[in-house]
Design a protein around this ligand. Structure first.
Ligand SMILES: Cc1cc2nc3c(=O)[nH]c(=O)nc-3n(C[C@H](O)[C@H](O)[C@H](O)COP(=O)(O)OP(=O)(O)OC[C@H]3O[C@@H](n4cnc5c(N)ncnc54)[C@H](O)[C@@H]3O)c2cc1C
Length: 236
């Protein structure tokens, strides 16, 4: 288990109808590693009736943890920005985020490694639902300016689209879909005119949908396991 840090909410804002941005701060972030945008960490939430999360390893600690993404980190200000999908399900994390206010406590364990396999690949394919929008956006913002490829990003409404500073050669397609039982991202990927050359692929969506999308891209020319990251970000 990576180092655990105590943080507090510096500010919170509704980015879009289904995404709430929480900026965390605290002295514990003074040695949080830089350049981890797009990587995941474990958020540790306060237990019922508590204001502060219990840090450390103890029986049942995983019940209070969820995976989230480093959307941005400002070392100077010791500020960690995290975007939470809200308003489409009820859960420990999404409910916490919905009501989070300045001063609220959150534990942070990690971060892990960046999720993209090759930032210098010939071309890139990113397939992300709302929970992976923070990771996809962070990856797109880190790609070299001459990068080429396609991103399919699913959001529930057009108002949930975000401005992403992606390279000009990346075609961002917003897939508007409220029905999370429908694999709209698969349909979108199936419609892609597959370019030549070996791509770096990032797929992060609901677990069973991710598996079907991965199965599809595996049949395509240029596919390789070593240049593919495919992960279930939540389970229906
Ligand atoms: C590596 C990684 C990085 C992630 N980064 C982010 C991130 O930056 N932002 C983010 O919002 N999420 C992110 N997620 C997804 C997040 O961890 C899950 O959505 C998590 O289950 C939310 O916890 P919860 O306590 O709100 O709901 P839970 O208590 O886990 O689940 C409660 C119920 O809600 C359902 N559910 C959970 N998530 C969703 C959802 N998004 N939409 C619809 N139903 C859902 C479950 O099936 C369950 O029935 C990431 C996941 C991984 C693996």
């Amino acid at each position: 288990m990576k180092k655990m840090r105590m943080t507090q909410v510096a500010r919170a804002e509704d980015l879009t109808p289904h995404m709430r941005r929480i900026v965390l701060t605290g002295d514990d972030l003074k040695d949080f590693p830089a350049d981890k945008e797009g990587a995941h960490f474990k958020a540790i939430f306060p237990q019922t009736g508590q204001t502060q999360p219990k840090l450390g390893l103890y029986l049942g600690f995983k019940k209070w943890m969820r995976s989230y993404t480093v959307r941005a980190f400002d070392h100077q200000k010791k500020e960690l920005t995290v975007d939470f999908a809200v308003n489409d399900h009820e859960g420990l994390a999404s409910n916490w985020a919905k009501h989070a206010q300045q001063g609220d406590y959150l534990g942070v364990a990690g971060p892990g490694d960046t999720k993209h396999t090759n930032y210098d690949a010939l071309w890139h394919l990113l397939v992300a639902d709302l929970t992976a929008l923070p990771a996809a956006a962070a990856i797109l913002e880190k790609l070299p300016s001459n990068a080429a490829g396609t991103a399919f990003i699913q959001v529930p409404t057009t108002a949930d689209k975000q401005a992403i500073a992606a390279p000009k050669g990346i075609n961002i397609n917003w897939v508007i879909n409220k029905d999370l039982t429908k694999n709209a991202l698969l349909q979108a990927v199936e419609s892609l005119q597959w370019p030549d050359g070996k791509p770096a692929i990032f797929i992060a969506t609901e677990s069973s949908q991710m598996k079907v999308i991965k199965k599809h891209v595996k049949t395509k020319p240029g596919y390789s396991n070593e240049q593919t990251y495919a992960s279930g970000y939540w389970k229906a």
